[in-house]
Design a protein. Structure first.
Length: 330
C-alpha cells in the first residue's frame, strides 16, 4: 500500500527559496522502521547547513531532523513502539518537514504524557544536544558545582535549555548573545552572567568575571566569529567544544598554537555520534524527559510557523531574529 504526504523538499542547495512544498509517496514501514503522522516539527540550524550545502547531501532532499507525532504503523523487529504511541525524535536521515514519514525506529522515543507534542518537537534535538554537552562533553576532571562554563548563543533553543540545566547542576554559566534583550532572556533562564558580544569584548569580560582564571570549557555553536577569543577564555588544559557554525566554519588552524595558550583540548561534537544505539538514545532521552517533567528545564517556544511558511522560518533563523525554540506545524 502506498499513500502520499505533503513535504518540504529541495532539488539543489541554496537559499530558503529552494524549499518547495511537494507531494511525495509514503509507504509502509520496513524492518526496523515506523511510520509517523507528525503533530509538530522542530526547526534547527543543522537544517540550514543541509539546505545551503555546507553539509552536502544527495538531492532531491527532504529536510528536517526533529519531530513529534503518533505512530501509524510499525515494521518487523520494532519492539519498543506500537501503533498509537505518542513519540518524539531527533534522528537521521532528514525528512521531518512533512505531514507523515517512514523512518528508522532506533532514535524514536515514546513521549511522556506530561509533555505536549509541540514541546516534544521543540526539545529533542536541542535538549539532547544540551544533555551531551553538559553531561558527556567534559573537560579534564569533569565539572563540579561552582565551576564556570562559557556558552555562546545562550538565548537560542539549545542555549536556553543549557542555561537552565547548568543552573540545576550548580554550574556558573556565562552566556553570550547579540543583544541586551537576549542577554536578559539568558539571565532569566538561569545564566549566572550574560555578555552582549556586540557591545563588549567577551574574552576580557570572562577574565574579569572569573578573576583572571578563565573557564574550564567553552561550548560554541557560533563558529568563525567566536573561535579565536573563545580559546583565550579557557583555563590551562581547558576544553573548546565546537558544535556548530552559525557564523561560518572555523578556518584551519595550527594545533601548535594550543600549547602556548595552556595545552588546550579541542573537540568537534555532533549529536549523531552520541545516539548510535537504541539504548544510548533512550538513556539520554530519559534524562531529558526527567529534567523537563521536574520543572527544572522549561522548553520555550517563541516562534511557530505553518509548514508551508518554512521559507520565512529559515530567514528568521538565519537573521538571528529568533529566541528559544521554533516549530513548524503541519
Amino acid at each position: 500500500m502506498t499513500d502520499t504526504t505533503l513535504a518540504i523538499q529541495i532539488s539543489q542547495a541554496g537559499g530558503p527559496e529552494q524549499m518547495a512544498l511537494v507531494t511525495v509517496p509514503v509507504g509502509q514501514p520496513g524492518p526496523g522502521q515506523v511510520r509517523i503522522a507528525h503533530k509538530a516539527i522542530g526547526l534547527n540550524y543543522i537544517d540550514v547547513y543541509q539546505r545551503s550545502g555546507l553539509y552536502p547531501l544527495s538531492m532531491p532532499l527532504q529536510l528536517g531532523m526533529e519531530g513529534s507525532g503518533v505512530v501509524e504503523a510499525v515494521g518487523d523487529g520494532v519492539t519498543h513502539l506500537a501503533v498509537g504511541d505518542r513519540v518524539a525524535y531527533a534522528a537521521n536521515p532528514p525528512g521531518s518537514y512533512s505531514q507523515r514519514r517512514v523512518m528508522p525506529a532506533m532514535n524514536v522515543c515514546k513521549l511522556p504524557d506530561g509533555i505536549s507534542f509541540e514541546t516534544g518537537a521543540a526539545m529533542m534535538l536541542k535538549g539532547l544536544t544540551a544533555q551531551y554537552l553538559l553531561k558527556r562533553t567534559l573537560p579534564q576532571g569533569g565539572l563540579q558545582a561552582g565551576d564556570f562554563v562559557l556558552f555562546h548563543a545562550s538565548a537560542g533553543g539549545v542555549g536556553l535549555i543549557a542555561c537552565q540545566w547548568a543552573k540545576a547542576l550548580g554550574l556558573q554559566l556565562i552566556g553570550t548573545a547579540g543583544s541586551d534583550e537576549k542577554c536578559a532572556l539568558a539571565l532569566a533562564h538561569g545564566a549566572k552572567f550574560a555578555i552582549n558580544y556586540k557591545t563588549e569584548d567577551f574574552a576580557a569580560r570572562v577574565k574579569d568575571i572569573t578573576g583572571g582564571q578563565g573557564v574550564k570549557v567553552v561550548y560554541d555553536s557560533v563558529g568563525k566569529d567566536t573561535w579565536d577569543k573563545s580559546l583565550d577564555c579557557l583555563q590551562p588544559f581547558g576544553l573548546m567544544a565546537s558544535f556548530g557554525n552559525a557564523s561560518g566554519p572555523v578556518p584551519p588552524f595550527a594545533p601548535g598554537m594550543l600549547g602556548p595558550k595552556g595545552s588546550l583540548y579541542v573537540t568537534r561534537q555532533t549529536l549523531f555520534s552520541h545516539i548510535t544505539s537504541r539504548e544510548r538514545t533512550q538513556a539520554m532521552a530519559d534524562e531529558l524527559f526527567a529534567v523537563v517533567l521536574s520543572g527544572a528545564v522549561n522548553i520555550r517556544i517563541d516562534q511557530r510557523f505553518a509548514l508551508a511558511d518554512v521559507q520565512a522560518a529559515h530567514r528568521s533563523l538565519e537573521a538571528r531574529q529568533t529566541t528559544g525554540c521554533t516549530i513548524l506545524l503541519p
